[in-house]
Each structure stands twice: as structure tokens, then as C-alpha cells.
Design a protein around this ligand. Structure first.
Ligand code: ZN
Length: 422
């Protein structure tokens, strides 16, 4: 495939690459090269010419709750633990109804496609069948990523509290089935968070992680009441991070922890050493009044960080908005901590494309050897009138763009169309 257009990507936190009127050549899933002039050996082959449009890497949303998709924007006048009890758990209980689950999953995947989230790591619910259907539909949609059946066997309503051994058996069944039947969607171990998983369950999940060499996702240090609760539940383990580590759930370079707002220096040492990816979710952190993660400082201290939506703690799946939200929150943090520089929006763009894409391998850049994932952003009529640069157009899309500005999506080297007719 040969694609012509204006390409922008962010290979490093503080570096943007721009190639105007360039030719990108792919073979199968991967990029062969990006050229200022089309090499002669490709002459005469069909070209998808996007004219003045700009192409950016697809977004990777590394923390999103598929079952909470219908709750976007609802009930944010309470804080995390009350919000879970009042809004989240009653909705998640409904996914034992597979027909309901299927209807929500299709709308969820259509929305991710629309907003340009081509890869993701999602929480499903405790329900084995519903989690399986989400995996299958994701593969059918032509999107890629990881899905986890949630594990909860304590401090949950009766309708969501699992029996420990059954939770482990259901998890192992999904691991094996997804390996046998799916190509582009993998299983990720998904203990909800420490307060809802017993030692025996965490230990069993840690063993499954070892046995099948699996990635892990969970929540860490999101809210002060949650951190206190973990301390009461595990008085013998010094920190929240060490609880996960004790049970083998910080798998090296294969773990995503959402939030990480209230971390001690010792916890950061462990997270850095294990290569844990911290998913910063700016809208969720402000919606349920959790706090502001010191994102710039964490990056300077060598922690791996990305930007994610955390729907439905976050009110929108649109990652361009979360990117702009991360920059906005970082500026508010800067006002009260002037010694910490704020993050630029283009740096947050790196965190939602390349930094997150690295969890899947060579994803998030327009460079040889990378998977070709891209969004084609249509020009705004004002662009030529005002002679906007490609970077200015990217910035404006990040703040005020929406799915109407995305003309096409490519994932793993193939054009992806709207997945489901509803
Ligand atoms: Zn979450």
C-alpha cells in the first residue's frame, strides 16, 4: 500500500516529526519507509492520496472500562468509592445478560473506532461470557488490544462477588480460549483493585501470570480513602504498590496501573524498576475529585506514563480530549507547584500514541518496522485561509477536534471501516 499525505508523529516526549507531502509505503501490517519522493520501484502502483490532510498515529487507550460506557458523565458529584457503589456496580451487574452485553459492546467499539482509538486495554466485568464476547467483537471490528475479565471476591455487592476458585478457573478458561481462537486480541489479568481481591485470589492470578506470561492491569493509589483502606486490609505490607508486588502482579514491562496519584518515593522505585506503565486519566481524576498526578515530575523521575480515558470515570472515550485534558491538568498542577514544569499538549500526544503504543511493540510512529496505525485528519476550511502549519492543525484537533474530522482509520496496515451496523 502507498499512502500520500502530511505525516506527524511524536517518537519521543519532546520531539515531533513532520513530513509534508510524503509517501508512506507499507507491506502487510508494517511500514517499509516514508519518502519525500516515491522510490522508482513503486512507480505506477496505486496511491491513496490524502491531499492536504494530515495523518497521525492512532490512539492507544490503555485504561478503559467497556461496561461503564453507558455511564459516561453520570454521577460525578461523589468521590470514587461512593461512585463505584452507586453507579458502577449496579450497571456492571447487568452484564450477566449476554444480550445486554452484546448491545453495549457494539456501541462501545463503534465509538472507539469513531474517535480513533485503534488499540486499547479494557476491563470487562466479572462475567466470563460477556468478556469473551467483547474479545470476539473487538477482533471482528478490526481493532486490536487486550481485554480482561475482572476478578473480585471481596468488598463487592453479592451480584459481583465471585467465589475465589471459580474466578481463577474462569480466568484460565478465557486465557486458553483467546490464545486458541483470536489473533489480534489478547487476555490481560484484571484484578479490579486490591480492596476487592483477597490474598488467595491475587496469589492465584500472579501464578497464572507466570504460567502464561501474561500482562496485568489494575488500579493503584487513585484516592486517599482507597489508599487508607488498602493499608487497613494489609497492615503487614508497607505500601499499596508492594501489595501487588507481593502477589506477583507487577509483571516486568507487562503491567498497566491506572492513576498512581499518591505514590511514595519507595513505590516509584519499584514501579520504575519493574517498568510498570502508569495510565494517567485526567478527566477521571477531576470528575470524581481524585487528585492531580504529578505527571511531569513522574516522567522526569523515569517512570513510564501514558494518557488514558478511564471511561466512565472519564466522561469521554475521545482520546484527543484526554490529551488536551492532561495538558490542562498539568498546568493547574504547575500553578500550585511552580518548580514542576507543565506538560505541553504535543508531549501529552506522545503519551497517548507512542508511549502507550510501546506496550504493544512497535506501534505509534511512522518509521520503518512499525505497525501502520493511522488517523487521517481532514483539513479545516480555515487552514488554507490562515496558512496553518501541520503542527498548529494537530494542536487544534487535540483540543477541539472530533470524529467528524477523522476521514479514515488504518490499524495494523489495513483500513478499518465502522465496525457494526446498529
Ligand atoms: Zn479505572
Amino acid at each position: 500500500m502507498i499512502i500520500k499525505g502530511n505525516f506527524i508523529w511524536a517518537p519521543e516526549l519532546d520531539r515531533l516529526e513532520v513530513r509534508e507531502h510524503a509517501w508512506l509505503v507499507t507491506e502487510g501490517e508494517r511500514i517499509v519507509g516514508l519518502y519525500g519522493q516515491l522510490p522508482p520501484e513503486y512507480a505506477g502502483q496505486p496511491v491513496e492520496d490524502w491531499g492536504e490532510a494530515i495523518l497521525i498515529p492512532g490512539f492507544n487507550d490503555m485504561h478503559i472500562h467497556a461496561p461503564q460506557f453507558p455511564n459516561r458523565g453520570i454521577g460525578y458529584d461523589v468521590r470514587l468509592l461512593e461512585w463505584l457503589e452507586t453507579y458502577t456496580f449496579p450497571l456492571e451487574s447487568r452484564y450477566r445478560d449476554l444480550d445486554f452485553a452484546r448491545r453495549v459492546w457494539k456501541r462501545f467499539l463503534n465509538r472507539l473506532w469513531a474517535v480513533g482509538t485503534l488499540r486499547f486495554s479494557a476491563f470487562a466485568t466479572i462475567h466470563k461470557q460477556a468478556a469473551w464476547v467483547l474479545m470476539e467483537l473487538t477482533e471482528q471490528a478490526g481493532l486490536r488490544g487486550l481485554v480482561g475479565k475482572v476478578n473480585m471476591d471481596r468488598n463487592a455487592p453479592d451480584s459481583l462477588r465471585e467465589e475465589t476458585e471459580q474466578s481463577l478457573a474462569d480466568t484460565e478458561e478465557l486465557i486458553c480460549r483467546s490464545r486458541a481462537e483470536l489473533k489480534h486480541v489478547g487476555f490481560i489479568l484484571t484484578p479490579r483493585f486490591v480492596p476487592s481481591t483477597t490474598e488467595r485470589l491475587m496469589d492465584g492470578l500472579g501464578q497464572l501470570g507466570e504460567k502464561y506470561d501474561l500482562p496485568v492491569q489494575s488500579h493503584l493509589s487513585e484516592n486517599p480513602s482507597e489508599v487508607d483502606w488498602v493499608r487497613q486490609l494489609h497492615p503487614d505490607i508497607p505500601t499499596y504498590t508492594q501489595v501487588y508486588d507481593t502477589y506477583g502482579l507487577l509483571r516486568r514491562d507487562k503491567t498497566i496501573m491506572a492513576h498512581g496519584i499518591y505514590l511514595s518515593p519507595g513505590e516509584k522505585d519499584i514501579l520504575r524498576e519493574k517498568g510498570v506503565l502508569l495510565a494517567h486519566c485526567p478527566f477521571s481524576n477531576s470528575n470524581v475529585s481524585s487528585g492531580i498526578m504529578p505527571l511531569r515530575r513522574d516522567l522526569e523521575e523515569g517512570l513510564r506514563c501514558c494518557v488514558a480515558s478511564d471511561v466512565a470515570g472519564g466522561h469521554t472515550a475521545a482520546m484527543n480530549r484526554s490529551v488536551a485534558g492532561a495538558a490542562a491538568l498539568s498546568k493547574l498542577n504547575w500553578l500550585s507547584h511552580p518548580e514542576q514544569r507543565h506538560l505541553k499538549v504535543t508531549e501529552a500526544f506522545h503519551l497517548a500514541t507512542r508511549a502507550s503504543g510501546a506496550f504493544f511493540g512497535k506501534v505509534g510512529c511512522f518509521e520503518p518496522g512499525f505497525d501502520f496505525d493511522a488517523l487521517v485528519l481532514t483539513p479545516d476550511p480555515m487552514d488554507s485561509l490562515l496558512e496553518r502549519t501541520p503542527v498548529e492543525r494537530l494542536e487544534q484537533f487535540l483540543y477541539d477536534g472530533d470524529d467528524r474530522h477523522i476521514a479514515a482509520r488504518y490499524c495494523g496496515g489495513a483500513r478499518v471501516e465502522r465496525p457494526f451496523a446498529l
